[in-house]
Design a protein around this ligand. Structure first.
Ligand code: HDE
Length: 685
C-alpha cells in the first residue's frame, strides 16, 4: 500500500507535466486561434512579385511569436542543464526536523535538478573554470523545498550587499564585453585583492573543483547555514551536502580548454546521454548539524559563508539518495523556466542569520519577477507544487488559473473565511522563534574577520598534484591580468595562504616577491582532497582506436570486459563504415578521428589496423595517443597497437598497459581506467 502511494507520488509530477505537453505528431497545422493553415511557405502578397499584405494574420502571428521567443537569461547561472529524478530517504530525521519528506525511511519525493555555470552567458562553453550551481527542487506533499547550492562549499563574500560588485567584476568587462565565461581578467582579480574575504573561495576556484569532469562527479553544497526544526520546536544549525556515488573527479585545465572548442556542450551532453543510456545519476544527501548550544564553540563563525565546517570536526550524516533518471522534454519549458529560491522552505526547515542567506532570500524572487515576466511564474508547470495551493492572490500578467467566486480577501464571512490558515499542528509554517537583539547597525561581526586560516587549511589538505594545479591555475588566471599593480596585489594577498605559493607566483608573474607571512595553520582536512574520493569504473568513457584487420577475439573480449564493469566505449576509426576484423567480423564505428577528440574520453584502447589512407590513419592515431598521454590518462594497448604507442616517443610510464604478455590485461586495464589519471607520469614529450 505504502509503496503504491509512493509510486503515485513520484508519477504525479510526470503526470502534471504531461497535462501540459503538446505533441504535434500527425496533427494539422493551425494558427494559435485554431484556424487551419493552407500555406506555410509564402506570405500573402499583392501579386506574385508584390509587397506583403498586413491582412496576412498567419504571417504576422508567426513572426510576432518568433520575435518574442527569448526571455532574459539569468543574471548569473545563465548556462544550465537539468533533469528529473527522485529522492529516497534512508533513515528518519524525526529527531531533528518535522519536514514531511524526511520522516519515514523509504519515502520518495520527486525532484528537479538544474546544474549551471555562474559567469558565462547562456551560450557559453560548459568547461569554463567556474563554480557550478547545483539547484534541487523537491516537490514535497507540504510544498516545494528548494536546496539551491553550488559545487563549492564556501562563497566569495560574506554579505549579500556585495554580490552585484562581485558579479560585475567577474562578468566580461563592460567597455569591450571580454572575456566570456572567464575570471582570468583584470576586474575580477582587482576585486579579489581588494576584498580579501574572497581568499578561501578563490583557492577552491583555482583548484580542480572548478573544472569538474561532469555534473555526475561533483559534490554539491547548500553553502549557507540553515536550521532544522523538529515537532517540539527544537532546532539544529545545518549545512547540506550532496556526495556523488561515483566520486569527485575533474578535468585537466589544458583538456578543459580544448573541450571548449571540440564540444562546448560537453557536460550537458554527458548528463543527457548518461540518463538516456540508463546510467542514472546518484548522489547522497548529507547533513552536518550543530546544536545551538555549540554555536560559539568553533574558531570560525558558523554563520559565515566563507567558512566550511570541517567534516572531521562535524561529521556528515548521510540521510538519503537522489537519483536523476529522466531527461526533460523541452529545455525552455522546464530548464529555462524553472525558478529556484532558497526562500522556498517547508515546515521543519528554517533560516539562520547568515547575512549572505538573508540577502539571497530577497534576490531570487525579485529576479524571477523580471525574468519570467510577472508574479504568475509559479503557475508554470515546472514550478507548480504537487500539493494543492489556495490563496487570495489574483491577476497579473499571463494568469492561467481561473479563480471562481467573488471573495478574494481574508478574513471573510461570505466564503466561510476560506481559504483558512493552518496551525502548526495542522501543518502551517511557523517561523522559528529565534531570539534577536542588538542595535541597528551597518557593520560586520568581528568573528567574520579571519579570511586566511581556512584558505590555508584548504591548501594544506591538497595532494602535491592538486597543489601544482592550483599554482598553475593562478599563473594562468593572474598571468592574463594586464595591470602589474593588480598582479602584485594578488601575490601580496596570497602570501598569507602560503609563502612558497606566492613567491613562485611572483616570479612567474613578473612582480616583486611578497613581503608578508603565511598564517600559522598546520591542520588539514583530508575530506577536501580529491585524492581521497571514490574511484569507480562505471560510466568512464574509453575510445577504441581501430582500423581494418584487427584481432576480433582479442577486441571482443575487451569489449565484454568493458560491459561487465559498466565502462562506456565508442569505436573510432577513419570512416563511419563498419570495420572488419582479420576473420571478416564487422564492428560498428561510432565516430571518426574528425568527429570526436581524445579530450572527450577518459581512456584510450589502442588497437590499430589498416586503412585507406594509412599515413593519415597512423598520424591520427598518434595524435590521439599523444594527447591522452599528456593528459595523464590510462592507455591500454592491444597486441596490434604497440607501434602506434612507440611512435609518440614517450617513456612507458605509469598508466600505460600492453596486452602482449599480460594474461590479465582486461582486468588490469579496468584497474587503470578506474584510477583515471597518472599524475606521476612525465608528460614533457
Ligand atoms: Fe545565487 N542567484 N546568489 N547563489 N544562485 C541566482 O536567481 C544571489 C549564491 C545559485 O539553476 C539568481 O533565479 C545572491 C550562493 C544557483 O536556476 C539570483 C547571492 C549560492 C543559482 C541570485 C547569491 C548560489 C543561483 C539568478 C549572494 C550557493 C541558479 C537567477 C548573497 C549556495 C539556480 C535566479 C538555477 C541564481 C542571487 C549567492 C547558488 C540573482 C544575491 C552562495 C545554483 O537571484
Amino acid at each position: 500500500m505504502d509503496n503504491q502511494k509512493n509510486n503515485d507520488e513520484l508519477n504525479k509530477k510526470e503526470q502534471q507535466l504531461e497535462g501540459f505537453t503538446v505533441n504535434n505528431d500527425g496533427k494539422k497545422m493551425t494558427t494559435n486561434q485554431g484556424v487551419k493553415i493552407s500555406n506555410d511557405e509564402d506570405s500573402l502578397k499583392a501579386g506574385l512579385r508584390g509587397p506583403t499584405l498586413m491582412e496576412d494574420f498567419h504571417f504576422r502571428e508567426k513572426i510576432t511569436h518568433f520575435d518574442h521567443e527569448r526571455i532574459p537569461e539569468r543574471v548569473v547561472h545563465a548556462r544550465g542543464y537539468a533533469a528529473h529524478g527522485e529522492f529516497e530517504l534512508y533513515e528518519s530525521m524525526t529527531p531533528f526536523t518535522k519536514a514531511g519528506f524526511l520522516q519515514k525511511p523509504g519515502t520518495k519525493t520527486p525532484v528537479f535538478v538544474r546544474f549551471s555555470n555562474v559567469v558565462g552567458s547562456l551560450g557559453s562553453q560548459d568547461t569554463a573554470r567556474d563554480v557550478r550551481g547545483f539547484a534541487v527542487k523537491f516537490y514535497t506533499p507540504d510544498g516545494n523545498f528548494d536546496l539551491v547550492g553550488n559545487n563549492i562549499p564556501v562563497f566569495f563574500i560574506q554579505d549579500a550587499l556585495k554580490f552585484p560588485d562581485l558579479i560585475h567584476a567577474a562578468k566580461p568587462e563592460p567597455h569591450n564585453e571580454i572575456p566570456q565565461a572567464a575570471t582570468a581578467h583584470d576586474t575580477f582579480w582587482d576585486f579579489v585583492a581588494n576584498n580579501q574575504e574572497t581568499a578561501h573561495m578563490v583557492m577552491w576556484l583555482m583548484s580542480d573543483r572548478a573544472i569538474p569532469k561532469n555534473f555526475r562527479m561533483m559534490e554539491g553544497f547548500g553553502v549557507n547555514t540553515f536550521r532544522l526544526v523538529n515537532a517540539d520546536g527544537h532546532s539544529k544549525f545545518v549545512k547540506f551536502h550532496w556526495k556523488p556515488i561515483l566520486g569527485v573527479h575533474s578535468l585537466v585545465w589544458n583538456e578543459a580548454q580544448q573541450i571548449s572548442g571540440k564540444d562546448p556542450d560537453f557536460q550537458r551532453r554527458d548528463l543527457w546521454e548518461s540518463i538516456e543510456a540508463g546510467n542514472f545519476v546518484e548522489y547522497e544527501l548529507g547533513v552536518q548539524m550543530i546544536d545551538p548550544a555549540d554555536e560559539f564553540k568553533f574558531d570560525f563563525d558558523i554563520l559565515d559563508a566563507t567558512k566550511i565546517w570541517p567534516e572531521e570536526l562535524i561529521p556528515v550524516k548521510k540521510v538519503g539518495k537522489l537519483t536523476l533518471n529522466r531527461n526533460v522534454n523541452n529545455v525552455f519549458a522546464e530548464t529555462e523556466q524553472v525558478a529556484f529560491h532558497p526562500g522556498n522552505v517547508i515546515p521543519g526547515i528554517d533560516f539562520s542569520n547568515d547575512p549572505l542567506l538573508q540577502g539571497r532570500l530577497f534576490s531570487y524572487l525579485d529576479t524571477q519577477l523580471l525574468r519570467l515576466g510577472g508574479p504568475n511564474f509559479t503557475e508554470i508547470p515546472i514550478n507548480r507544487p504537487l500539493c494543492p495551493f489556495h490563496n487570495n492572490q489574483r491577476n497579473g500578467f499571463s494568469r492561467q488559473m481561473i479563480n471562481v467566486g467573488k471573495v478574494s480577501y481574508h478574513k471573510n464571512s461570505l466564503a466561510n473565511n476560506t481559504p483558512s490558515t493552518s496551525t502548526a499542528a495542522e501543518g502551517g509554517y511557523v517561523h522559528y522563534a529565534d531570539k534577536v537583539e542588538g542595535r541597528v547597525i551597518q557593520g560586520r561581526s568581528q568573528s567574520f574577520n579571519d579570511h586566511f586560516s581556512q584558505a590555508r587549511l584548504f591548501w594544506n589538505s591538497m595532494s602535491p598534484p592538486e597543489k601544482q594545479h592550483i599554482l598553475d591555475a593562478f599563473t594562468f588566471e593572474v598571468g592574463k591580468v594586464q595591470s602589474r599593480s593588480v598582479r602584485q596585489q594578488v601575490v601580496n594577498m596570497f602570501v598569507h595562504v602560503d609563502q612558497a605559493l606566492a613567491t613562485t607566483l611572483a616570479d612567474r608573474l613578473g612582480v616583486n616577491p611578497p613581503k608578508g607571512m603565511q598564517v600559522n595553520i598546520t591542520a588539514s582536512s583530508p575530506a577536501l582532497s580529491q585524492k581521497n574520493t571514490t574511484f569507480a569504473p562505471q560510466t568512464l568513457k574509453v575510445g577504441i582506436l581501430i582500423g581494418k584487420n584487427f584481432n576480433a577475439a582479442e577486441v571482443n573480449q575487451m569489449i565484454k570486459t568493458f560491459k561487465r564493469y559498466g565502462v562506456c566505449y565508442k569505436v573510432i576509426s577513419e570512416k563511419l563504415n563498419p570495420v572488419s576484423s582479420l576473420d571478416g567480423a564487422k564492428l560498428q564505428v561510432d565516430e571518426t578521428f574528425l568527429t570526436t577528440a581524445p579530450v572527450l574520453f577518459d581512456s584510450l584502447y589502442v588497437v590499430g589496423g589498416t586503412a585507406t589512407d594509412q599515413a593519415k590513419f597512423n598520424s591520427d592515431m598518434t595524435d590521439y595517443i599523444r594527447q591522452a598521454y599528456k593528459h595523464y590518462k590510462p592507455i591500454g594497448i592491444a597486441s596490434s597497437g604497440a607501434s602506434y604507442f612507440n611512435a609518440i616517443n614517450a617513456p612507458i610510464g605509469p598508466g600505460i598497459l600492453f596486452a602482449t604478455g599480460n594474461p590479465n590485461f582486461g582486468d588490469d586495464f579496468i584497474k587503470i581506467i578506474t584510477r583515471q589519471r597518472f599524475w606521476d607520469r612525465d608528460i614533457n614529450i
